[in-house]
Every structure is written in structure tokens, then in C-alpha cells.
Design a protein. Structure first.
Length: 75
């Protein structure tokens, strides 16, 4: 959240609120972490699997130039 606070204070659009799949990849990794935690997977193994998911999502997104749809405000 430090980047969001920085961008807000400098009046810049944050990466999280753009079309990039930055926060979505982190959210997917966090959900996977919680699921694996409920199955009592070791902390180190859980970390490796969850962080690998985040990295793989980011690689696929960058490789295939995938973007999230944007919401258009009504004027």
C-alpha cells in the first residue's frame, strides 16, 4: 500500500487502479495461500506455491499483453 499512498500524495494514477493485472495477481496468490493454509501445507511450501502463482500470472499477462477491462464513468 506504500505505492498507493505515494501515488495519491503526488497526484498520480496508481498502477493498482490501471488496466494492469497487478493487484489481481496478488489477490489470486493470497487466496491460494489461505486455501493451502487451511489444508495445513508447510509454510515454506505454501509460500513457494503461492508466490509462483503470482509470478506465473504476471509473466502470462506481460507476454500476451492482457489488460483488465476499464470502467468508464458517465459524464
Amino acid at each position: 500500500m506504500g505505492g498507493v499512498i505515494r501515488d495519491t500524495l503526488t497526484n498520480k494514477k496508481s498502477v493498482i487502479f490501471s488496466k494492469e493485472v497487478y493487484a489481481t495477481a496478488c489477490l489470486a496468490g493470497a487466496i491460494l495461500y489461505l486455501i493451502l493454509e487451511s489444508f495445513s501445507v508447510s509454510r515454506f511450501g505454501n509460500f513457494l506455491v503461492s508466490s509462483s502463482l503470482i509470478v506465473m500470472i504476471r509473466i502470462v499477462v506481460i507476454r500476451f499483453k492482457i489488460e483488465l477491462p476499464s470502467l468508464r464513468g458517465k459524464n
